[in-house]
Each structure stands twice: as C-alpha cells, then as structure tokens.
Design a protein around this ligand. Structure first.
Ligand code: ADP
Ligand code: MG
Length: 368
C-alpha cells in the first residue's frame, strides 16, 4: 500500500491515532519485508552463500518473525502498543548496517568470481529495489516512532514525523554544502564557494518551500556536493585563479521542484555516465572503514542511493555532463505532496523474469 506525502501528513496532523497506525503497520511492514525477502532468494547462489549476505538475510527473517507476533494482539491490549513501539526501534537498530554489509557481500563475490554483464545488471536491479524497500521501511517506522514515541524532536516542533510541511529548500542546500565543505577541507586545502539562485515560477519572489523529508533532501545534496567538490579540486587544485564556484539553482514550476548543482570539475564522458550509477563504480580509492575522518568518496554508493531517494517519492536524479568542462546534477521532486506517492518494488512475475535466462544478443549493431 504505497502512501503519499500528503497522506503521511494528514494522518500525522489530525490527532494521529496510534491504534490505527499500529493496525496498518503490523500488516504493511511484514508485507514489505516478505516482498524483498522473496526477491533476495533469486540472487545467484554464490552471492547468497557470502557470509555478509547470510547475515542480512538473518536480520530480515528475525524482524519478520518479531512483527508477526503482533498479528493477533488487539490494540486494546494495554501492552501491545508499547511493545510494538519498542519492537520497531529494535528492528530499526538491527537494520542500521544493511547497506555496508550488503555492499561487503557484493564486493566479496566480485573479487572471488568476477561479474559478467548479466550478473552485474541483475545485482544492480536487485540493489535498487532492495534499498528502495529499505528506505520505505524506515520511513514507515520513523513516522510511527516520531509521532507516538518519546523521541520527539524539540528543534522541529512543526515537523510531522520526519516530514517538514514547509521545508526551505535553499536552507537544506546551504546545510548540505557546509557539511560537505567540512569534509572536503580535510582532504584538500580548500573547498569551492557556493552561489545559490532561486526561481519561483509559481509564486514569483516567494521563497521556495517543499513538503518533503528534509533528511532525504539533505542526503542527496550532500552526496552531490561532495562529488562536485572532489571533481573541482582534482582539476583546479593549486591553480592561481583559485577554485571555480559551485552553483545551485532551485526552481519551482507547476509540477516539478528542481535543484541543479553545477560544477566546473571537468565533467564525465557521455559513454561513462550510466555507469556512475553502478553500486561498485568509483574512481576514488576505497577508503578504509576504521578511519577517523568521514570519507569524501570511494564507495560508489553516493549517486545510486541518492537517485533512489529522489525516485522514492516519484522524483528523479539525473546527470548532464559536458566533458572537459563540468557537470550539472539535477534533483527533481514533485511540487505537489498529493503526487509524491511512494514508489515501491513489487515482487511478481515480471520481477522474477528479470533474474531468469542469460544475457540476450544485442539488438543494435556493434562497432567491433
Ligand atoms: P563515489 O563518490 O564514492 O566515487 P558516487 O556514486 O558519488 O561514488 O560517484 C561515482 C563516480 O562518479 C565518482 O567516483 C566520479 O568518478 C564520478 N562523478 C560523480 N559526480 C561527478 C562530478 N560532479 N564530476 C565528475 N565526476 C563525477
Ligand atoms: Mg560521491
């Protein structure tokens, strides 16, 4: 049952009812877990037998069973609601490290057996769906624990759970830039400056506000800024003209709220653009996990996961590059919260078909 941001908001606003939320989630959460667990089983056996993949499967299984415990517990049971809340928090913690653990399994597999294009596209397809499922799962849990738990955030009294009904986009842009700048300055002697422009085509002169999850927007922008800063420094570090600016442009139309981050970091050839969204692609050396500073780049997860966040509420993330000069990265969000429906993977026959058969012959001519 995909929900829209508007529905999340309306439910949270009018004296949100904990029992209703409980009744919905005790069914919806196991359904979402089950969908993704069925799909995990379609991965190549040699990937499934990697210890880190087994560990992830164990976490999912345990959480699934813990949720089923509530199947027959009435919301009137004085302890059910509290137990449920605690279970959700435990589940959220258990799943904290799913992404790096899964990534570890994929790397181990790739090192041992190598990737052919078919396996590689299957794993890409799977991870996009698996991580989207995880984003949605956490969204549901967070709404419940923020609305009904004691972890209310006094800094943001107007937020409905994790949603800000009047999120200033430019403010999130600035926050993400400042945070990326601190990381960047640990690796290079300087970070490029930022210039923000706003263009509100819907209500000229008014600041652009979104009904959105600020932490999702922050995540995407932080990744884009780190990439732009790294590219800029790699090309211009030490040049006597200094580092060229990074520009951010925030625009609002009838349908789309868009944010463009432009850098002069030398760009990427068209031929390579698609592979930047692969989970195992990075041109930075792999950072060690036990370091004391936050890595600037190297896991190759920045772009693909940011795109999942954008797509989760029916938006998108695209890169437009002019090789030799620089890159524009654009985040598209829905301008209307009633159109921001969750985009969820469904486990069905067509999903199953993706994992079957071998790579087909190319149906376009090949230069070689
Ligand atoms: P990571 O930053 O960990 O390498 P990302 O998914 O963020 O992973 O980016 C993947 C790769 O895409 C980078 O290693 C880099 O080669 C390339 N890239 C991303 N953004 C830019 C950019 N703005 N300019 C040039 N190259 C970029
Ligand atoms: Mg990156």
């Amino acid at each position: 049952s995909p929900l829209s941001i508007k529905q999340f908001l309306e439910f949270g606003r009018d004296n949100a009812c904990e029992k209703t939320s409980y009744m919905f989630l005790r069914k919806e959460l196991p359904v979402r877990l089950a969908n993704t667990m069925r799909e995990v089983n379609l991965l190549p056996d040699r990937l499934l037998s990697q210890p880190s993949v087994k560990l992830v499967q164990k976490w999912y299984m345990q959480s699934f069973f813990e949720l089923l415990e509530f199947e027959n517990r009435k919301p009137e049971d004085p302890h059910a609601l509290n137990d449920f809340l605690e279970t959700l928090i435990e589940i959220r913690n258990r799943h904290n490290d799913v992404v790096p653990t899964m990534a570890q399994g994929v790397i181990e597999y790739k090192e041992k057996f190598g990737f052919d294009p078919f396996v590689s596209s299957n794993i890409q397809y799977f991870l996009d769906r698996f991580y989207t499922n995880r984003i949605s799962f956490r969204m549901l849990i967070n709404q419940h624990t923020l609305l009904f738990g004691n972890d209310i955030n006094p800094a943001h009294p107007k937020h409905i759970g994790s949603i800000d009904p009047s999120c200033s986009v430019a403010e999130v842009v600035t926050d993400a830039y400042e945070t990326a700048k601190m990381v960047c300055e640990q690796y290079y002697s300087a970070a490029p400056e930022l210039k923000i422009e706003e263009f509100n085509a819907k209500a000229p002169q008014k600041p652009i506000q979104a009904v959105y999850v600020p932490s999702h927007l922050f995540h995407m922008l932080f990744e884009l800024f780190k990439n732009a800063m790294r590219a800029t420094n790699e090309l211009h570090e030490g040049s006597k003209e200094g580092l060229p600016l990074i520009k951010a442009k925030v625009t609002l139309g009838k349908e789309d709220l868009s944010v463009k981050i432009s850098d002069m970091g030398g760009g990427v050839a068209l031929r390579k653009i698609d592979r930047l969204f692969n989970y195992t692609y990075s041109t930075a050396p792999t950072p060690s996990l036990d370091l004391k500073r936050v890595p600037l780049a190297g896991f190759g997860h920045g772009l693909p996961i940011s795109r999942l966040y954008a797509r989760y509420f029916q938006g998108d993330l695209k890169l437009y590059s002019m090789e030799g000069v620089g890159t524009d990265a654009v985040i598209y969000l829905k301008a209307l919260s009633s159109e921001s429906f969750e985009r969820l993977p469904v486990f069905n026959k067509s999903a199953w078909r993706h994992y079957q058969g071998g790579p087909g012959a190319d149906d376009w001519s090949n230069p070689s």
